[in-house]
Design a binder for this molecule. Structure first.
Ligand code: ZN
Length: 195
């Protein structure tokens, strides 16, 4: 097992569409590495794009069950009209947070690492994590969908408190020396534009 390097905002792979994986191509070693990387970096989810791979694979924690899901070729098959807004961060944009509107409930069809079909019903935080990770597989980042007025840097993070400081998209782009923001609306089916 190995902790894989996580690519950051501005890396071209974060803007690419991940490609479906055939059951016989499923690489369990790579999946174990993705899980180890997510856990080592204290993430709630990780998409293959973030470790510079275009395999359509995500790993995600289901918070209430404290369970790790591995989803191959995940597709959102249904979603609630109802949405909720909460803060998100991303291992590819460390030290930053913003609030994002997401569908409250989603249904995801995918393959398990054994190549079996699976349907996942997710709500709340777990639905949010899956939407964030499926976005990655479609070349979309959470700040593309975020309310940019809520963008903050996390400062002096300790066990007891996290200080925040307002951030602007300009600052973020300067920090990563990149300018490639694309505004994306709520719908999970929106493809990335002009990538
Ligand atoms: Zn992310």
């Amino acid at each position: 097992m190995a902790i894989l390097p996580v690519i950051k905002y501005g890396h071209p792979t974060l803007r690419k569409m991940a490609q479906p994986v055939r059951p016989e191509e499923i690489d369990s070693r790579f999946i174990e590495d993705m899980i180890e990387t997510m856990l080592a970096l204290d993430g709630a989810g990780l998409a293959a794009n973030q470790v510079d791979s275009l395999q359509k694979i995500l790993v995600a924690v289901e918070p209430k069950k404290d369970m790790i899901h591995v989803l191959i070729n995940p597709v959102i098959a249904g979603y609630s009209e109802r949405s909720e807004t909460d803060s998100e961060g991303c291992l590819s944009l460390p030290g930053l947070q913003a609030t994002v509107e997401r569908h409250s409930k989603i249904v995801v069809n995918a393959l398990t690492p054994d190549g079996e079909k699976v349907e996942i019903q997710a709500r709340g935080l777990f639905a949010r994590i899956l939407q964030h990770e499926i976005d990655h597989l479609n070349g979309i980042l959470y700040i593309d969908r975020a309310d940019l007025d809520t963008l903050v840097w996390l400062r002096d993070v300790s066990e007891k408190e996290v200080m925040t400081e307002p951030a602007t998209l300009e600052e973020v782009q300067k920090a990563y020396n990149k300018q490639y923001h694309k505004a994306v609306p709520l719908s999970v089916f929106s493809p990335p534009k002009n990538t």
